[in-house]
Design a protein around this ligand. Structure first.
Ligand code: 3H9
Length: 690
């Protein structure tokens, strides 16, 4: 074996030269890895004993893409062309894939003549999720292998496609036995030699792209079908344009188009925000005082208290991950209803092709119901998801303390109550933690893990790990009203309401926030959720706009009217009725309604959020500014291409945000007091996120 550089070995195995890359954690295409590929190909070509070459990786995965942290940084280095070296090789090159071949990793593999993979491997071009497009020829090579339609789907979703499916699509030439990748790849290379197969290059395969030439409707239909999903994002459109180039331009010209568009995205604000978000999510898993080697508590069974919407959704997460769950309810009919909702959810997913009918049964088989809390005696973790009332929660935790085995984690899904107070009724507050799921809990990615005063490090470490296992993105927060997400939301909600009393209409406010990139504005959201949540007819006295609307039976989308009027297709229209109600309220309050600009609406809604984020950091309720951003992107629809409130504040300029807060403070009082941390950052010329 010859070491070619710090991350690359070359060895001859029979008549096959094997290049092995080893650059943990994911063999990303750093400069040494890129150089290693070039050196490896050169070694294989120079080795008279080698008739073919295999490119393989050590560790958990094949190349998982370019080194994201290094993207966009300018270096004055000697240009190298490892992709070209692979493609120009005069001896057949076989990529041997395990783990994931992603982005630049798959692009390197597409420059090889053949690709083999173990069945557990996955391939994808996920650059779109970083606000980018594949910039190493992938946009021109993938459509040549799989055709434009599949390339559109793969590149605009960024999906990691299982190897068997890649095999069917033609991305992978052969599957080899799990655990025997090296032997399998070498055997494949020998077969290529024995059969004297030509040096097939993906760039020369033109049938599928030629077949699509002169059919712009393929792209028009794709754009139309996905317009909603892609709204606001630049990268999906740029990926589509590259595939159009693959269809309409010769290969080398297509590569130039790709390069031009790649550079444009790379230097843009969206990709910077999306790359920041990638690392922010990973950073959120790191808790400074909870080291990596903190002992974990094995969680093999979970109990959920409450079979309502929240409890059911939470249970599904665990069943999906193969962890048995017991759901405890007080009444049989509530339990039956809860279980049947879960089944219906699974069946709906199956009917859309997301899972198989067998999966439905398997998952349902992992969920059992009980009316007896003693069923929780043996579980490793309990998550309480009942009505938000302190007395009820305290009663449940007192019982859990008596029933659950020593070492079990006792979690509450509360979104509002003080977890220290809940923990205080137990003899083991170190076992108590908040797991704040977001509704619908089986869909929403975010999990706020709430650390109470006495929560043990093992319980925290286990909860963070478990979150990843069940497909959640977790951030650790402290106990304070609303925790991090809802506390910041409170600021935006308050401003939306106040703006209405100053002359802005709900649809103006919603439009500004929608155009900013939120999936919907606060008033459309209220209409969707139902204006009557928490509203009691008998007690309603027309004191608020919400009261007035509900009293007219305008209780939201479900009644065909709320803040908005809804037509038969549930399309929202500004409502003259609502407008009149608001105008009457404003007139009664003696305020002179004024014209409020879109820019003011945005600043009024968002600056206080940044300010609250600063207060949260000041109080230590979030570990770092990027955790606040992770929460807002994954739980509240903050557009990822705008990085989250703290990143956004930095982009706007913290001095500008501070000036805005000072103005609001002077005009409207202490609710708007600038956070001391914000003042400090500005004084020191610092940013939250960089
Ligand atoms: C690209 O390829 C552009 C090209 O088209 C053009 C070139 C000219 N770079 O996620 P994990 C780190 S763009 C740097 O926790 P998992 C990650 O930060 C790239 N670092 O593990 C973490 O570090 P730490 C296209 C990377 O098992 C550690 O590895 N590729 C990269 O849950 C473990 O990561 C992608 O977008 C990277 N490319 O998931 C793939 N990848 O331990 C991005 C990972 O210090 N990566 N790290 O926190 C992934 O999707 C997942 O990391 C992967 C593993 C599925 C690979």
């Amino acid at each position: 074996m010859t070491a070619l550089n710090a991350v690359t070995d070359y060895t001859l195995d029979g008549e096959v030269g094997v290049i092995t890359l080893n650059s943990p954690p994911v063999n990303a295409l750093s400069r040494p890895v890129l150089e290693g590929i070039s050196l490896g190909v050169a070694a294989g070509l120079a080795d008279d004993g080698a008739k073919a070459i295999v490119l393989i990786c050590e560790g958990r995965t094949f190349i998982a893409g370019a080194d994201i942290g290094g993207l966009g940084s300018r270096r004055e280095e000697r240009p190298i062309d490892p992709m070209g070296d692979l493609e120009r090789s005069t001896k057949p090159v076989v990529a041997a894939i395990h783990g994931t071949a992603l982005g630049g990793g798959l692009e390197a593999a597409l420059c090889c003549n053949y690709r083999v993979a173990v069945p557990s491997a996955r391939c994808g071009l996920p650059e779109v999720n970083l606000g980018l497009l594949p910039g190493a020829g992938g946009t021109q090579r993938l459509p040549r292998l799989v055709g434009p339609q599949k390339a559109l789907e793969m590149m605009t979703s960024g999906a990691h496609i299982p190897a068997p499916q890649c095999h069917e699509m033609g991305v992978i030439d052969a599957l080899v036995e799990e655990g025997k990748l090296r032997e399998g790849a070498i055997a494949f290379a020998r077969k290529v030699l024995a059969e004297n197969r030509p040096l097939r290059k993906v760039r020369d395969i033109n049938e599928k792209v030629e077949a699509a030439r002169g059919h712009p409707e393929i792209f028009a239909a794709f754009r139309k079908a996905n317009a909603r999903k892609f709204r606001g994002f630049l990268a999906p459109e740029y990926n589509i344009r590259c595939i159009e180039a693959a269809v309409n331009e010769p290969f080398d010209q297509g590569i130039q188009t790709e390069q031009r568009l790649f550079r444009e995205l790379l230097s843009g604000e969206q990709s910077a925000a999306q790359r920041y978000a990638f690392f922010a999510e990973r950073q959120a898993n790191k808790i400074p005082d909870v080291p990596d080697d903190t002992p974990l508590i094995p969680v093999n069974t979970v109990g959920i208290i409450g079979a309502g919407t929240m409890g059911g959704g939470i249970a599904m997460n665990f069943a999906n991950a193969g962890i048995p769950v017991v759901i405890v309810e007080v009444k049989q009919d509530a339990l039956d209803r809860g279980l049947s909702v879960i089944r219906k959810n699974y069946e709906r997913t199956a009917s859309r092709g997301g899972i198989t009918a067998a999966d439905v049964e398997k998952r349902m088989g992992l969920i059992t119901g009980s009316l007896d809390m003693n069923a929780l005696a043996t579980v490793d973790m309990v998550i309480e998801a009942v009505f938000e009332r302190m007395d009820i929660k305290k009663d449940i935790f007192t019982k859990l303390d008596a029933i659950c085995k020593p070492g079990a984690i006792l979690a509450t899904n509360t979104s509002a109550l003080n977890i220290d107070e809940i923990a205080s009724v137990t003899s083991r507050p170190e076992a108590v933690i908040g797991l704040h799921f977001f509704s619908p809990a089986n869909v929403m990615k975010l999990l706020e893990v709430v650390r109470a005063d006495h929560t043990s490090k093992s319980v925290i470490a286990t909860s963070m790990k478990l979150a990843k296992k069940i497909g959640k993105i977790a951030a650790l927060v402290g106990v304070c009203p609303g925790f991090v997400g809802n506390r910041i939301l409170g600021q935006r909600q308050r401003e939306a309401q106040k703006l209405m009393f100053e002359g802005a209409m709900p649809w103006d406010i919603d439009r500004v926030l929608y155009d900013f990139g939120f999936p919907m504005g606060p008033f459309a959201m209220s209409d969707l959720a139902g204006l009557d949540i928490g509203w009691v007819k008998e007690k309603s006295n027309g004191e608020t706009i919400r009261d007035a609307l509900c009293e007219l039976d305008r209780r939201g989308q479900k009644t065909g009217a709320g803040y908005y009027d809804y037509d038969e297709n549930r399309v929202a229209h500004p409502s003259p009725v609502t407008e009149k109600i608001i105008q009457d309220f404003v007139a009664k309050s003696g305020v002179n309604a004024r014209t409020i600009t879109d820019a003011e609406i945005l600043e009024r809604c968002l600056y206080p959020m940044v300010n609250e984020g600063a207060k949260i950091l000041e109080e230590g309720m979030a570990i770092r500014a990027s955790d606040v951003d992770v929460i807002w992107e994954n739980g509240y629809g903050w557009p990822v291409y705008r990085g989250g409130p703290m990143w956004w504040g930095d982009q706007v300029g913290l001095d500008k945000v501070l000036a805005g807060m000072k103005k609001m403070h002077a005009e409207m009082g202490d609710l708007y007091k600038p956070a001391a941390l914000l003042e400090k950052m500005v004084a020191e010329g610092k940013n939250f996120t960089r």
